[in-house]
Design a protein around this ligand. Structure first.
Ligand code: 9B3
Ligand code: ZN
Ligand code: ZN
Ligand code: ZN
Ligand code: ZN
Length: 303
């Protein structure tokens, strides 16, 4: 249906969340993680495709940065694809037979709503701190917090916040992952743009202890994108591949103990940037989907 080939307002996404859970009561559960600064609910979907006991899980969050509209579009695409193709697609079924999936379609609902109503290029959340608005949620996690690559200026687009997890949105996600850290074995966070597959660390040039594993997984995922979709993605540690930056959710999840942690930077490479036209949604999401599948299957293999 063309529903998944369009961008959707926050209200539509909330409707989609409720409808998807209602239509799939045995596979989809709604989890309330907390609420945003403006008191909007942070709903995650839990996809469970069989009742195998003490299964592991993977986590995908989208929409941490408000203007990166292709990101929530991917979370919706992923859920729809999993539900529609579970019985037919062996990759999807082997992933979902082994892992539950937590999907947080819009981690920054206040910011996302703001890009639909007021400023399309907004990035941060909408919390008020003296004379400026918004914290960069991807600088607000407790991972070398507010060192080089973040700003302690509230008006900056990379403002780290008053303290780690100062924001209700990052605190809600961190709380959930702390509670579920022994079952969640793969952390994915979806951003745009620049077509990259990043892994820890971004806050230092030091290599992660399983750097070779992460590199191999990213390389294989990027090769699949090139082979099936003739598109090129860069890959590597965040610090070396994009920029040195602290306080990110992937580095924090990694240090929590989720040893497979990746940031996706989806299409494009700058022609449209954050304003990626809806006609590009299918290709951008299919590229991300094959990469997610590749990584998830490798995690299952290795654990
Ligand atoms: N740990 C991280 N991983 C990825 C990034 C890149 C994204 C790209 Se929009 C950002 O700047 O927040 C930034 C950090 Cl701090
Ligand atoms: Zn809509
Ligand atoms: Zn509204
Ligand atoms: Zn981003
Ligand atoms: Zn980005």
């Amino acid at each position: 249906s063309t529903f998944y080939e369009r961008y959707h307002s926050l209200g539509d996404i909330y409707h989609w969340i409720n409808r998807t859970a209602q239509e799939n009561p045995d596979k989809v559960k709604i989890i309330l993680l907390g609420s945003s600064y403006e008191k909007r609910p942070l709903y995650a979907l839990k996809l469970t495709f069989n009742d195998r006991p003490n299964k592991k899980a993977m986590w995908i969050d989208c929409g941490i940065h408000a203007r990166e509209w292709i990101s929530p579009a991917f979370c919706l695409w992923f859920v729809q694809h999993s539900l529609a193709f579970y019985t037919f697609n062996s990759d999807i079924s082997s992933i979902l037979d082994n892992m539950d999936v937590y999907v947080l379609p819009v981690m920054n609902p206040d910011g996302y709503h703001y890009t639909w109503t007021t400023n399309r290029m907004w990035r941060k959340n909408r919390s008020v701190s003296n004379n400026c608005i918004g914290v960069d949620l991807n600088r607000n996690f407790d991972a070398n917090w507010c060192t080089e690559g973040a700003s302690d200026q509230p008006c900056s687009d990379i403002y780290c916040g008053a303290f780690p997890e100062s924001e209700p949105e990052s605190e809600a996600v961190a709380n959930f992952l702390r509670i579920h850290k022994d079952t969640v074995q793969l952390y994915l966070t979806i951003h745009s743009y620049s077509q990259m597959l990043l892994f820890p660390y971004s806050y230092t040039f030091d290599e992660a202890e399983n750097h070779n594993d992460l590199l191999e997984m990213a390389q294989e995922a990027v090769q699949k994108i090139r082979r099936y979709y003739h598109n090129s993605y860069k890959y590597g540690s965040g610090a070396k591949t994009i920029y040195l930056a602290p306080g990110g959710s992937d580095d924090w999840a990694y240090n929590l103990g989720i040893k497979y942690s990746f940031t996706f930077e989806l299409q494009d490479r700058g022609r449209y940037g954050f304003l990626l036209p809806p006609s590009y949604i299918p290709k951008a999401c299919n590229e991300a989907l094959i990469a997610v599948k590749t990584i998830a299957l490798k995690v299952i293999e290795k654990t």
